[in-house]
Design a protein around this ligand. Structure first.
Ligand SMILES: Nc1ncnc2c1ncn2[C@@H]1O[C@H](COP(=O)(O)OP(=O)(O)O)[C@@H](O)[C@H]1O
Ligand SMILES: [Mg+2]
Length: 376
């Protein structure tokens, strides 16, 4: 069906492994879109634990293999619930585009049995999604970019450029498990990189000290005091000073990392949460000063992802950036929670239409490619 637009479902689950975000969007031939509805499915506790276990390199081959199917079924469930919620039929959806759940990402080539290669793995099998929804499903975006010599990340800047354009110099700051920025400006080519941890270390500490998965609205952080000495120590992590392009993830900021830094933590549990949250805000601020402002001035910052709801974190960003306004995607009528899911719907539209959808300037790929694989 083509009335000048396609109806699509975009689905995303990021490094937080908190759950699946799905959105229903209309995508027009000129790549403009209209958000219709969103739906989220939290991972059941046992699934999340298993995923984090695998992501921390503690999974057996059979765990990864079964989880590929189990997570595929959950993605399908999430899509079906969204379809039901909106009252359209399966046949009214032209395609699903699913990022899947990353369990391993090492794009830099290593010697593997005498063959030099990078690698990435997103689970949540697209055949399982297609079969359980009855809708053609696109997925496995990152592999093609790595095959073309890229980092397979970041992929969202392609959508950021489509959504915001480059006329006004802006930073689009996603605060997921990891925090990443896209710099859009007429003064330079679009570039993007991971600034460091977003919610990942906060979530780990919330689970450890409060036995709850995250710091809702940043309330616990707000009740603590930043330990400036510990913060200074944490800022010495070499990743922050590396020049972009750079990406990071659970490969660095994992449980072991958290335990190592917590050896020097203050005694008060709320102060730990305040300081570890300040680390996310401060590394964003430092990264802009080091790597963005020398290339372009910025008129505004647009934050998104789950971290946009953390008032302690956003309050600090507003304080650090002073006169530069810190907005949210909601200020542009884009749902903060579903922005990344929307981005993958746009990427999937390109896959289906064979339109190149990587930005080599951001991923380091040797050429533009149409990323994504299709299960009909
Ligand atoms: N209301 C909220 N207050 C504070 N933090 C939140 C809130 N909602 C979500 N988050 C944080 O955002 C994280 C999920 O963000 P998300 O953008 O989905 O990240 P990812 O892409 O890594 O999955 C949660 O793990 C939590 O830390
Ligand atoms: Mg998430």
């Amino acid at each position: 069906m083509n009335n000048g637009y396609k109806t699509a479902i975009g689905m995303m689950s990021g490094t937080s492994a908190d759950g699946i975000d799905a959105c229903l969007v209309k995508i027009y031939d000129d790549l403009k879109f209209e958000f219709i509805a969103g739906h989220a499915l939290d991972y059941p506790e046992e699934i999340r634990e298993k995923l984090l276990n695998i992501a921390n390199n503690n999974g057996k081959t059979e765990d990864i293999c079964y989880m590929d199917f189990a997570v595929g079924k959950l993605f399908a469930k999430c899509a079906n619930e969204l379809i039901e919620k909106t009252g359209i039929s399966q046949s009214g959806v032209d395609f699903i585009a699913s990022h899947g759940q990353t369990v391993f990402h090492h794009p830099t080539p290593v010697n593997c049995a005498g063959i030099s290669t990078g690698s990435t793995l997103q689970i949540g099998n697209i055949s399982v999604i297609a079969e359980n929804t009855g809708v053609t499903t696109v997925g496995n975006f990152r592999t093609r970019d790595i095959a073309a010599g890229g980092q397979g990340a970041p992929l969202v800047p392609f959508a950021d450029e489509l959504i915001f354009g480059r006329k006004i110099p802006r930073c689009i700051q996603n605060i997921g498990g990891i925090a990443n920025v896209t710099v859009l400006s007429p003064e330079c080519k679009t570039f993007a990189f991971d600034t460091g941890p977003g919610n990942m270390l906060i979530d780990y500490c919330m689970k450890k000290y409060f036995d709850i998965p995250y710091d809702k609205d940043g309330r616990i952080a707000c009740s603590g005091v930043i330990d400036e000495d510990w913060l200074e120590m944490l800022l010495k992590e070499p990743y922050y000073a590396l020049n972009p392009p750079k990406t990071t993830g659970r490969e660095l900021f994992n449980d072991l990392y958290a335990e190592r830094i917590l050896q020097n933590a203050p005694l008060n549990k709320c102060d730990i949460i305040a300081t570890i949250s300040a680390l996310s805000a401060k590394t964003i601020f430092d990264a802009y000063n080091r790597f963005v402002l020398p290339k372009t001035g910025i008129k505004e910052i647009v934050i998104g992802g789950g971290g946009a709801y953390n008032k302690f974190l956003t309050g600090l960003l507003k304080k650090y950036f002073g006169h530069i306004p810190v907005k949210t995607h909601a200020d542009f009528n884009i749902n903060d929670k579903f922005k990344e899911a929307i981005s993958f719907a746009l990427l999937g539209y390109c896959t289906i239409n064979k339109i190149p959808n990587n930005l080599p300037i951001c991923t380091g790929a040797a050429k533009r490619v149409a990323m994504g694989e299709i299960a009909y």
